[in-house]
Design a protein around this ligand. Structure first.
Ligand code: HEC
Length: 293
């Protein structure tokens, strides 16, 4: 005689099979945000682009979509239209979040994809407006110093010819100093601007784990996610494979294992580094400090 608990177990297995069957037959997709919107400013429009991969592998086009954002505190609710973004399988929506604070948001497009909350700030005076930034950035600054130096030296010559011998040397010295200052400032200006990108953090990695669609195929206990799950890939909660391997794997899984079912999600170097920091858990990843775009 079959015991009761056997029936219960069979029932559970049956339900699970039905559920997985529905997931696989009804079609599911991986939604991958092209880039995570950082530094969103309240009242300023920004565009999010995403790719939809049916069954995780082929890009599907012609899917309708909309984006819904809800302010966590005020409950203010907004919807935005999604349009085809040119290439087949890629979509775009332009969002404008009028209020600063936290916004929950999701994309409905071949399923419902809950995104990690967005933090919107108020418009801050841009870096260029502060005196230090003015010093550090534009190329005209050394030129201005040089020009001032030349003018002052010209004045010195003028003074000299008018027999103003007391002031002429002072002016000449000032002119030379200004010209030299121009030289000193030039290298500072040359290196200042470009290498200021925020380094990739585990926090960003955790966000990307959802925003890129990893969570659709991989369980990770450290990630809040309540969207569709396929359990296709291994649980990554404590999957330690080393930064070097992950760097290759996340760049293009099929290059590492041609038969793999994991798609190439077209991650940038910086996104890959953030995911590595996050997946390695302790930050001790040997992540290269350079070579991050
Ligand atoms: C469409 C499903 C799918 C998506 C989306 C997906 N993966 Fe995978 N992933 C897999 C499968 C399947 C494997 C199993 C390995 C294989 O196929 O060889 C895997 C394996 C892995 C592994 C283990 C590799 C190894 O051999 O140790 C890591 C790490 C990983 N994925 C990370 C990610 C990250 C990070 C993302 C998001 C950027 C992601 N995956 C997105 C399906 C997916």
């Amino acid at each position: 005689m079959v015991k009761k608990w056997m029936w219960a177990l069979l029932g559970l297995v049956g339900i699970w099979c039905l559920w997985m069957g529905a997931v696989w037959a009804g079609g599911w997709a991986v939604l991958t945000l092209e880039s995570w919107p950082e530094n969103v400013v309240a009242g300023e429009p920004f565009t999010v682009r995403y790719a939809l991969r049916q069954h995780g592998n082929h890009l599907i086009s012609g899917v309708e979509g909309k984006v819904t954002a809800v302010h966590t505190e005020t409950g203010e609710r907004l919807q935005f239209a999604v349009t085809d973004a040119g290439d087949a399988g890629y979509y775009a929506a332009t969002l404008l979040l009028p209020t600063a604070g936290e916004w929950g948001w999701h994309i409905e497009s071949f399923g419902r994809f809950e995104m990690p909350p967005l933090q919107t700030g108020t418009a801050v005076p841009t870096a260029a407006a502060t005196p230090m930034a003015l010093l550090a950035k534009p190329m005209w600054f050394p030129w201005l110093l040089g020009l001032m130096g030349v003018v002052v030296m010209g004045t010195a010559v003028g003074l000299w010819r008018r027999q103003q011998t007391r002031f002429a040397p002072v002016a000449a010295l000032l002119g030379v100093t200004l010209c030299l200052a121009g030289f000193v400032v030039t290298p500072v200006v040359g290196t200042g601007a470009s290498e200021t990108a925020v380094p990739p953090t585990a926090e960003l990695g955790e966000i990307l784990f959802v925003a890129k669609g990893c969570a659709t195929c991989h369980q990770h206990d450290g990630v809040a996610y309540n969207g569709i799950r396929t359990y296709m890939g291994p649980n990554l909660t404590d999957h330690q494979v080393g930064a070097e391997f992950l760097r290759l794997w996340l760049r293009d899984p099929a290059q590492v294992r041609p038969q793999t079912l994991m798609p190439n999600l077209e991650l940038s170097d910086r996104e890959i580094e953030a995911l590595i920091v996050f997946l390695s858990g302790d930050g001790e990843t040997g992540v290269k400090e350079t070579a991050v775009k």
